[in-house]
Design a binder for this molecule. Sequence first.
Ligand SMILES: Nc1ncnc2c1ncn2[C@@H]1O[C@H](COP(=O)(O)OP(=O)(O)OP(=O)(O)O)[C@@H](O)[C@H]1O
Length: 231
Amino acid sequence: MITVQSLQHTFTIGKKGQEKKVEVLKDINFRIEQGEVVAIVGKSGSGKSTLLQTIAGFMKPDSGSIIINNTEIAGFTEKQSTAFRLDHFGFIFQNFQLLPSQTVFENVELPLKLKGISPAIRKKKVSEMLTKVELTAVEDHYPNELSGGQQQRVSIARAMITNPPIILADESTGSLDSQTEKEILSLIQQLNEQDNITFIIITHDEEVASIADRKFRMADGVLVGGMAHVI
Ligand SMILES: Nc1ncnc2c1ncn2[C@@H]1O[C@H](COP(=O)(O)OP(=O)(O)OP(=O)(O)O)[C@@H](O)[C@H]1O
């Protein structure tokens, strides 16, 4: 479960002497239950990515509370955030962010290496995951030898390989054609149903938002409209 309370963050932008303060997160409150799929929508610059970055611990909010499975993470050090992230989050990005010099197998294996899992267990887990996302036939290929949809499936497999309870996705289907987007969305739904993984998906795309259990809309630093989630 994710509980966010009174989350605030302000950026200072512009040249020295002419700085401007932008209140990107003004007072964000919500609760997300395990296994929910939540879409975050809102205009460009409304603070969606900032919200996701603070939930993931990449960015420290100015104030407020972020509790994930009973752990308060808002005050974590960088080291604590990194360790927590590895156990709790998987990430899916628009441009996939695969390592070009590593094969499909190696890209998916990477988070397990970072966690210090033994080679034998890594091999078993990666093989099972590649079967799940239907990539076994291309496991020795490099990312530039794959289609966009295949690359996205690799990034989903890499996000899922450590069995994180939460997956954060930022415009994860934004660069795919509509047929491939449909396939990726159905894969996300399948993984959500099978493994009860929580998905938080930032999107501009109504089709993506339509697979969500709930839709959060960011505007002027707060969440508005259509949410029975405010605590
Ligand atoms: N590191 C930063 N330093 C200063 N300002 C920032 C920084 N990151 C984001 N901002 C500003 O904060 C605001 C919100 O940015 P954010 O990326 O969270 O919006 P977004 O809703 O995700 O936008 P998009 O849909 O275009 O990705 C913008 O005005 C942006 O210029």
